[in-house]
Design a binder for this molecule. Sequence first.
Ligand SMILES: [Zn+2]
Length: 250
Amino acid sequence: MDELLQTARALLARCARVAAFSGAGLSAESGLSTFRDPDPDALWSRFDPTELASVAGFEADPERVIEWYNWRRGRHAEVRPNPAHFALAAQSRLVQITQNVDSLLEQAGADPERVYHLHGSILQDRCHNPDCAYIEIVDMQGPPPLRACPRCGDRLRPAVVWFGEALPASTWRKAEALCRQLDCLLVVGTSATVYPAAGLIELARAHGSRVIVVDPNPGAAGDLADVFLAGAAGQVLPALLEGFDLESPL
Ligand SMILES: [Zn+2]
C-alpha cells in the first residue's frame, strides 16, 4: 500500500490538469448508506429503492416517494463530511464531479461552482413537468410533503436523477468537456457500474488521462486504474493529497 501510495503521489506530481470523480463510497463513510446496501430502517426495508427512485414509482404513489425522500433528507441533515470530503475540498482549485446528491463536499468547504452534481441534489425540489423550470431549496430539517408547483400546478419532486432518467444536460456536458483535457482523473468510491456516468472514466482514458482509483473493492473501476489504492477513502485521500494544490482546467 505505501509503495502504491508513493506511486500515485509521484503520478499526481507530474499532472497539471486533474479532476476528481466520486460516488457513493465517498459518503458511505459519513453514514449515508448506498442503494446497494441493505436499508437499516425497517420502515423502508420492504421497499425497493430502485422502484421508489423512479418516474414509475412516483407516478404510482407520489406521496410514498416524497415520504421516503423526506426520511432520507432527515438522514442527510444528521451526517457530516468525513476526512475524505475534507481532503478533496482542501484542493480548492480542483473540480469535483460527483454522483452523490448530498452536499458533503460543499459542507467540507468545496467551492459549489466546482462541484458538478451529475445526479442532481437532494437539497432541492423541482417541478416534475419537464417543460417547467421551477426549482426551490428544501428545508432539510423539516422537508415539506407532496405539493403542487406554484408555477404550473404539476407536482414538485426531489431535484435528483432517477433510475432511467437522463443526467442534467449542462452538467453532463461540462463533465465530458473536462474529462477530455485531463492528465489525471482521481476516482473515489464508485464501482463504475452506473452508466453513463461511468463512461467518464473511459472518456478520460481515451483522451490520454491517467486514472487513480481509491476504493475498498477493486470493482469495475479497478480495471480502468493505472494505480489502484485499496482502502477507505477517509484513510487514503488525506495521505494521497497532503501537500498538493491540484488544479482542474476550467
Ligand atoms: Zn411547474
